[in-house]
Write a protein that binds this ligand. Sequence first.
Ligand SMILES: Cc1cc2nc3c(=O)[nH]c(=O)nc-3n(C[C@H](O)[C@H](O)[C@H](O)COP(=O)(O)OP(=O)(O)OC[C@H]3O[C@@H](n4cnc5c(N)ncnc54)[C@H](O)[C@@H]3O)c2cc1C
Length: 403
Amino acid sequence: MDPTGDPIVVVGAGMAGGRTFDVLRRKSRSPVVLIGEEKVPPYTRPDLSKRYLQDGDEHRVLFHPVEHYESERTEFRAGRRAIGLDPDRHRVLLDDGSDQRYSTLVVATGGAPRRLPVPGADLPGVHYLRTLDDARALRAGLVPGQRLTVVGAGLVGLEIAAVAREAGLDVVVVDVCDLPFPLLGAELGERILASHRSRGVEFRMGTSVREFRGTERVREAVLSDGSPVATDIVVVGIGIVPGTDWLSSTLELDPPTGTVTVDSFGRTSASAVYAVGDATSWTHPHFGRIHTEHEAVAQNHGMRVAGNLVGVGKPFSMVPYAWSDQYHHRLRTVGLASTATSDRQVTVGGSDGRMATLFVRGPELVGAGILDWPAFTARLTRAMQAEAPLRLTSELIDELTAD
Ligand SMILES: Cc1cc2nc3c(=O)[nH]c(=O)nc-3n(C[C@H](O)[C@H](O)[C@H](O)COP(=O)(O)OP(=O)(O)OC[C@H]3O[C@@H](n4cnc5c(N)ncnc54)[C@H](O)[C@@H]3O)c2cc1C
């Protein structure tokens, strides 16, 4: 326990912060304070674009009931935003004018939706999706028979498109790229696009929204080629900006992403300050500096860093893993699955729809994007966790595809 008696403070009560808290609650003898801008305790964010939109079951998405966070030794300060950090005096400044002292600080502030900077984007009926509040509002607007425009054919946008289409809405997806997930290679994007199209989703690819029009609420999206798309509701999913604005003058940030730079133990540039999850660029023992926006990584990052704070002492070395469910499809990525971090791609697969695009750098298999092939995903994850660098050989391909 810290001699000052000051608590370990976790800022950000999302997926990484929630799991950090859980480990500290069980294993630390210090008091623990969890501070979160949202009014609800941590929950499973990926559900918001999937099952929650269908069934609206809020209890199922919570990690734990709120009582879990309150005890003699633990405190949950909900609805409170951190606005500054004083690392010399070990204080976090909060939006109610108070400050919170800490012995150790864990930053877990994730990210917020990137806004679409066009006229009319603040009209009622234009939604973003990051929080449970956002999901409540979006769900209420998904009325069968109405017309939904999805801006952004990324994972979140296409998951919403799938749920909305199955619920009986007419769905148009708009994206500046020619295919969904361009970094995963053309084959995967084409397969996903075809699946949505076969269910009646309309795509306006290679274009963007110039403005939204409407008086009381949004009624039309005007595309960059001037064509109008009549709409009753819009959801914008064009990525996130990191929740690090309150740290820019005190911690070292990674220039391209604006996330907090941490080493493989989650340590930042300030003493006694750690960071985990989407808000970080972390040092992978094999891949070097990477930034991920995946729930499994965020949760494991939080658990590992918390474990280290109570004495385990192991670097965070998880092979990155992301997933997306759309209709019956299971899209997975393992490792560095990107055309930007590989120099060639090899696609393998069968006629039954299963496929994987392998990302290769020099002789090394650095990652894969995998569609509807759970056994491949499991084998590759095991192989990459066991061996680094993992050489791409014909024997390895035979092993991975052996079913
Ligand atoms: C709709 C949706 C679907 C997704 N689906 C998938 C999926 O299928 N698979 C997958 O791998 N990943 C998915 N993700 C991504 C995944 O949810 C994130 O990677 C994960 O939530 C990151 O965890 P985090 O704790 O770093 O950030 P978050 O979960 O975003 O938590 C950050 C928390 O910090 C709070 N906060 C921010 N700033 C402050 C501040 N200054 N003071 C106090 N609190 C603050 C926020 O309000 C938030 O509660 C999805 C994300 C969304 C939005």
